[in-house]
Design a binder for this molecule. Structure first.
Ligand code: CP
Length: 310
């Protein structure tokens, strides 16, 4: 039986290298089922509760797709509107209720630490689908899967993380994981949106190559992976501060003329203006495939947590 059975997934740092490798290998075997080419009933009779207190397209729908592809069912909400949260029900009480109705809980919440708090109120597995500017571990698993699938591994890959490194939770989780796997990291952000100090320190402790710059032009020639993020407008306490940095970076086909032939461009999506539509047609664009990869990866995770087998 897998060590995942019944486990919470709250932060990527809760997973060992072996855990992550197991998810990636399991996900690869899930691809035909994720594409609808093979049927599976391994989670028949299981119910997943999806509680989204913040907007989502990919995370929520790919969890739903994953559970359905494995023969399970999904209940939940896509907004706290229309739920008893509007009447003042606490997160703890909501979790206690959904525990009674489901076998595992997926939670997206605007407050950092919400998933860890939720896990204290239930014996059922809690999966963090994004907690404020904190962590987004299942996004990291699908990001790792995408790099591993395209590049064959992580060690020695030049990965540039671009955009809002302060509020972007996907880059926080991904940085921890890539540092663990030995990638060369470069952080590219406006001065006011740099990677939090504790994450920078964690990378340095690994003794890995780490560069910091504010200019996209500094990384475009050497990058193997360009991981682009949206400036997280909704997390700025002051809208004027957002206006100062909005549109700082824009990847377009012209810029990519200097890139390596096999550069891949990733983005957790949604994008706004940071990747021009003309990039979609280039061989570098991988963000839509990356979004699809969320299905086999989340299938793997659900199978391991609820089914106990790889
Ligand atoms: N990547 C991601 O978390 O997308 P959603 O916000 O649409 O779920």
């Amino acid at each position: 039986m897998s060590s995942f059975r019944g486990r919470d997934v709250l932060s990527i740092r809760d997973l060992s290298r072996a855990d992550i490798e197991l998810v990636l290998k399991t996900a690869r075997r899930m691809v035909p089922t994720a594409l609808g080419k093979r049927a599976s009933h391994t989670l028949e009779g299981k119910i997943l509760g999806t509680l989204f207190y913040e907007p989502s397209t990919r995370t929520r729908l790919s969890f739903e797709s994953a559970m359905n592809r494995l023969g399970g069912r999904v209940i939940g909400f896509s907004s706290a509107e229309g739920t008893s949260v509007q009447k003042g029900e606490t997160l703890a009480d909501t979790i206690r209720m959904v525990e009674a109705y489901s076998d595992a809980i997926v939670l997206r919440h605007p407050q950092e630490g919400a998933a860890r708090l939720a896990a204290e109120f239930t014996e059922k597995p809690v999966i963090n689908a994004g907690d404020g500017a904190g962590q987004h571990p299942t996004q990291t698993l699908l990001d790792l899967y995408t790099i591993w699938d395209e590049k064959g591994g992580f060690a020695g890959q030049n990965v540039a993380l671009v955009g809002d490194l302060k509020y972007g939770r996907t880059v926080h989780s991904l940085t921890y994981a890539l540092a663990e796997f030995g990638a060369n990291l470069t952080f590219v952000s406006p001065p006011t949106l740099e990677m939090p100090r504790e994450i920078v320190e964690a990378v340095k402790e690994k003794g890995l190559s780490l560069k910091v710059t504010h200019r996209l032009e500094d990384v475009i020639r050497d990058a193997d992976v360009l991981y682009v993020t949206r400036i997280q407008k909704e997390r700025f306490p002051d809208p004027q501060e957002y206006e100062k940095v909005a549109g700082t970076y824009r990847i377009d086909a012209n810029l990519l003329r200097e890139a390596k032939r096999d550069l891949i461009i990733m983005h957790p999506l949604p994008r706004v203006t940071e990747i021009a539509p003309d990039v979609d047609r280039t061989k570098h664009s991988l963000y839509f495939k990356q979004a699809f990869n969320g299905v086999p990866v989340r299938m793997a995770l659900l199978q391991l947590i609820l089914g106990g087998t790889a």
